[in-house]
Design a protein around this ligand. Structure first.
Ligand code: ZN
Length: 286
């Protein structure tokens, strides 16, 4: 793998935009503000509610994920920010390279459990080109990682493509689902961004009772009980769950620090293995 200049330019937003919302795990109501940033500054989170207003670069070196983690998290000094993956996925899809993301609490708002809240925000802020060349990570040869039931492979390809296989043999509704997504202008908004996070009722019950999920409800997650979805409005796509896995994976992959040119194939991966894979990709550059 190598970092290459393929003729694309870096991007940021034209103007500052903000939105208020609640975090899924902490239940904290926060204001999220996206601010344009200069060339080569990268994506940087800032906790403006803590002393020192810590800056936390969206890099895999700051990732702090435990095994079976249900969201992705970054930590730097006293600053910690969680559930970053849906916002990062949207920035990956829109090709935003430089942005200062200010937040006055510990978690990025969940919105409706999909990336819709971030699509609206980025469209309001308008993506604009800068002059510096975009940082592109080109997959030159197959790279793979297997950990238990999770497998990830990156293959050379002259576009950015993600394929995902989920497998829940215990669920008659889910069983196995497959989704392949090749990023083209505008298709993320239609095909991936509306897909909501999902959970099994039995798991949600435990998480809510133990106080682990404080901001969750049917308004921000698909909930599956006895092999059907209990949300009154039903699913947005028949395979909404695997589409959400693609959304998550695109967010975690953006922690590499730029665009990937290649095909990433993931089987039953979660945030922990996604991030381990990003570290592996980076180590293959040396
Ligand atoms: Zn997610």
């Amino acid at each position: 793998m190598l970092i290459s200049d393929i003729g694309l330019k870096q991007k940021t937003l034209k103007r500052e935009v903000s939105v208020r919302g609640v975090g899924l795990f902490t239940g904290a109501e926060v204001e999220l503000r996206l601010c344009p940033a200069p060339e080569n500054s990268g994506i940087i989170f800032q906790r403006i509610d803590i002393p020192g207003k810590t800056l936390i670069p969206a890099s895999v070196v700051n990732a702090d994920n435990k095994k079976d983690s249900l969201r992705s998290m970054l930590v730097k000094d006293e600053g910690r920010i969680q559930t970053i993956e849906h916002l990062l996925s949207t920035l990956n899809a829109f090709g935003v390279d430089n942005l200062l993301i200010q937040v006055d609490g510990p978690e990025i708002p969940i919105g409706d459990g999909s990336a819709k809240i971030f699509i609206d925000l980025i469209e309001k802020g308008e993506v604009t080109h800068q002059l510096a060349p975009k940082k592109v990570f080109v997959i030159k040869e197959p790279i793979h990682l297997s950990e238990g039931e999770s497998h990830l492979v990156a293959l050379p390809l002259d576009e950015f493509r993600v394929s995902y296989i989920l497998h829940y043999p215990r669920s008659k509704l889910l069983k196995s689902q497959y989704c392949t997504f090749s990023l083209q202008k505008g298709n993320y908004k239609e095909e991936i961004a509306p897909a909501r996070t999902f959970s099994f009722y039995e798991d949600v019950e435990v998480l809510v009772r133990s106080g682990f999920v404080k901001g969750g409800g049917l308004e921000n997650a698909l909930v599956i009980k006895d092999d059907h979805v209990i949300n009154p409005e039903g699913v947005r796509f028949e395979d909404e769950m695997v589409r959400h896995k693609v959304l998550d994976l695109m967010g975690d992959l953006y922690l590499i620090g730029g665009m990937i040119l290649g095909h990433v194939i993931a089987i039953r991966s979660g945030h922990f293995s996604n991030i381990a894979f990003v570290k592996k990709l980076l180590s293959c550059m040396r």
